[in-house]
Design a protein around this ligand. Structure first.
Ligand SMILES: [Zn+2]
Length: 542
C-alpha cells in the first residue's frame, strides 16, 4: 500500500492511493503514481492552522481583490500561475461543491451532506505551463450565521497537478462536527506565503473559489444516531466457558467503524450482561440458533424499537464454517413495530477492531440492505446498486482513520470483497433508515401491543418458536397460517423470509390475534414451507 501522510490539524491524513491493497479487481485511476513507497509518512506537508475572527474585512469577494490574513493582518498576495478549480467535501463519500470555479447547488450534490459531522474539505488546482514549484498557502474561510468566521491555512508544496488520489496533491482542511452547521458559507483562496517574491502571472480569474462569492454548504440538518446493544455471548459447552471481554477500547473501535460508514452524528453503545448459550455453535447450522436466542433476549429486554442487538461470540467449539456473521433478516422499512428485525451476530475474533467490519455488514442487513455483487458469492443481491463490481463509485474518506478510498479500489460494505467502505448509494439508503429511527427516539415511542408468533427454521430443518412484539405487513406476507383453537380455526397471514447467509434458514412471523392465543397448534403454509407447530413448543415471551 502506498500512503502519504499529511499532518492536518495535528491529525494524520492517510491518503492511500488506488493501489490500496487488492479487492478482487483493481484497475484505476486517480493518479496515485506519484506516491512514495513504504507506507506512512513520506511527503509530509505542513500543518494547517486556523483562527477565528469576527467577520468583517474582505470576503464577499470581488475576485480581483487580494485577501487579508485573519490573525496577523499581513495581507498575502494571490498565488501566481495557478488556478483553484474544484472544491470537494467528504464525510465518508465525496461531494463536489465547486466545479470549474462555480458553486454546485445543494440540489445537485451526489449525496447529502449532514450537519454536525467531521468533514474534510479539499481543493484542487491547475497550473500554468511556467509555474515554478514552491509552497502555496490554501486558505479556507468559513463564515457562520452568527457572524463568526474561521480561517484555516494549509500549506502545500505544489510541484505538479492536483489529483483526488495521491496523498499530498490537494489542499486539505478539516472541519470538526461543531464547525459544520446550517447557514455556513465557504470560500477558498490560493496565496503566496508571506514574505515571498512570487514569480509568474496572476491567472484571470485569480485562484479563488467559488469565483462569484462565498458558497453555501447545503447541509441536511436532522438528528441522526444509531443505538446498539452489544451482547457478549457466554458460550458454555462441553466443560468450556468462553465470553468476549469487551473493553472501552473495543467499543470505540466498533463505534468508529459504524460511524465512519453510516450517515450519523453519533452511534450510542451499551454492553448488555452476557447471554448464556449452551448449544453447539461450530457444528450448528449457521448462526441461526444463536440468532434465535438473541431475538428472544431482545424480546425479553423489550428495548426501544430503534435499538440494534448485536451478539459477539467466541465459541468453545469453533465457528460455523464460512460464516463471519449473520442477521436474522433483511429488515423491512423501519417502523415502531419491527424492532425485532434489528438482531444480528458475528465473530468476536479477539477484539472490537477485529469484529468491526462484519458488524457493519450485519447491521447493514438489519437496516434493510441486501448484498451488493462483487465476488460473485453474494446471494440475494440488490439489483438497484449503481456501480459495477460493487465499487463505491466516489472517493471515500474515514472521519476517524483519515484514509481515502478510491472509487474503483473500494468496495461497498455489503459485498464479500475486501477494502470495504460505504458507497454513495449506501449513504443515501441508510440515511433514510437512520433518520426514521432517530425520529422514534426523539418523539418517544409507542410500540405496538400486537403480538406475533416468531420462528426460525434452521438449516437442518429444526426450528424454534416464540412470541414477541411485532406486526406483519400484509403486502409482504406470502403465506398463510391456521391456528387450531377450542373455538375452531383462526386463519391469518404469515411472513417467511430467508435468513441472509443462510442456505435454507428462514425467519417466520405470524400475527397472533387475541382469539388465537388459546391455540393447540398452528399450521403454516408458504411457498417452500409447510409445517405444523404444537403450542407446547412455543415459548411465550409476550
Ligand atoms: Zn451479508
Amino acid at each position: 500500500m502506498r500512503c502519504a501522510a499529511v499532518t492536518l490539524s495535528s491529525l494524520l491524513l492517510l491518503a492511500c492511493g488506488d493501489d490500496v491493497s487488492s479487492a478482487t479487481s483493481s484497475d484505476d485511476s486517480g493518479g496515485a503514481t506519484s506516491g512514495t513507497t513504504g507506507s506512512t509518512d513520506a511527503s509530509t506537508s505542513e500543518a494547517s492552522t486556523s483562527s477565528t475572527t469576527q467577520a468583517a474585512d474582505d470576503s464577499s469577494g470581488s475576485a480581483d481583490e487580494s485577501s487579508t490574513s485573519g490573525e496577523a493582518g499581513a495581507p498575502l498576495e494571490f498565488a501566481k500561475d495557478i488556478r483553484l478549480d474544484r472544491l470537494t467535501v467528504n464525510q465518508a463519500t465525496q461531494v463536489t461543491v465547486v466545479d470549474g470555479g462555480v458553486e454546485v447547488p445543494g440540489a445537485e450534490y451526489n449525496t447529502r451532506v449532514i450537519s454536525g459531522r467531521r468533514t474534510l474539505v479539499r481543493g484542487f488546482w491547475s497550473l500554468h505551463a511556467n509555474f515554478e514549484p514552491r509552497e502555496i498557502v490554501g486558505r479556507l474561510t468559513i463564515e457562520y450565521p452568527d457572524g463568526t468566521q474561521v480561517e484555516q491555512d494549509f500549506e502545500q508544496f505544489v510541484d505538479g497537478e492536483s489529483s483526488d488520489g495521491a496523498g499530498a496533491s490537494s489542499f486539505q482542511w478539516l472541519l470538526e462536527p461543531e464547525e459544520v452547521v446550517p447557514g455556513m458559507t465557504f470560500r477558498a483562496r490560493l496565496l503566496e506565503p508571506a514574505g515571498t517574491e512570487a514569480p509568474g502571472e496572476l491567472s484571470d480569474p485569480p485562484p479563488i473559489a467559488p469565483l462569484a462569492g462565498p458558497g453555501t454548504l447545503e447541509l441536511y440538518d436532522v438528528p441522526l444516531q444509531i443505538r446498539v446493544v452489544l451482547v457478549p455471548v457466554q458460550h458454555e459447552f462441553e466443560g468450556c466457558t468462553q465470553a468476549p471481554d469487551i473493553t472501552d477500547e473495543d467499543i470505540t473501535a466498533m463505534r468508529q467503524e459504524l460511524e465512519q460508514n453510516n450517515p450519523v452524528q453519533q452511534a450510542l453503545f451499551e454492553v448488555r450482561e452476557p447471554m448464556v448459550y449452551t448449544e453447539t455453535i461450530g457444528n450448528a447450522p449457521g448462526f441461526s440458533p444463536l440468532l434465535q436466542a438473541l431475538a428472544q433476549a431482545r424480546a425479553e429486554d423489550d428495548p426501544d424499537p430503534s435499538v440494534y442487538y448485536y451478539g459477539l461470540v467466541d465459541p468453545c467449539d469453533g465457528y460455523p464454517p464460512g460464516l463471519l456473521g449473520q442477521a436474522i433478516a433483511i429488515a423491512g422499512p423501519p417502523t415502531q413495530n419491527n424492532g425485532q428485525e434489528r438482531v444480528s451476530t458475528g465473530r468476536w475474533n479477539g477484539s472490537g477492531a477485529a469484529a468491526a467490519e462484519t458488524f457493519v455488514h450485519e447491521v447493514g442487513h438489519t437496516q434493510g440492505r441486501r448484498h451488493v455483487r462483487c465476488s460473485g458469492g453474494e446471494a440475494g443481491i440488490d439489483a438497484a446498486y449503481p456501480h459495477a463490481g460493487g465499487r463505491i463509485g466516489v472517493w471515500g474518506f474515514g472521519i476517524y482513520d483519515f484514509e481515502l478510498r478510491s472509487p474503483s479500489g473500494g468496495r461497498d460494505y455489503m459485498t464479500y470483497c475486501s477494502n470495504e467502505w460505504v458507497s454513495d448509494y449506501s449513504w443515501e439508503f441508510t440515511l433514510e433508515v437512520i433518520e426514521t429511527l432517530t425520529g422514534f427516539d426523539l418523539e418517544g415511542t409507542t410500540p405496538t401491543d400486537d403480538v406475533v408468533l416468531a420462528g426460525l427454521i434452521h438449516e437442518d430443518g429444526s426450528a424454534g418458536w416464540w412470541t414477541q412484539r411485532g406486526h406483519v405487513d400484509p403486502d409482504l406476507a406470502l403465506g398463510t397460517a391456521r391456528f387450531e383453537t377450542p373455538r375452531g380455526l383462526v386463519e391469518t397471514i404469515a411472513s417467511v423470509q430467508p435468513v441472509p447467509h443462510g442456505h435454507n434458514a428462514r425467519y417466520v412471523q405470524i400475527p397472533l390475534p387475541e382469539n388465537a392465543r388459546s391455540m393447540s397448534a398452528v399450521e403454516l403454509s408458504a411457498p417452500g414451507t409447510s409445517l405444523r407447530v404444537g403450542a407446547e413448543s412455543i415459548r411465550t415471551i409476550r
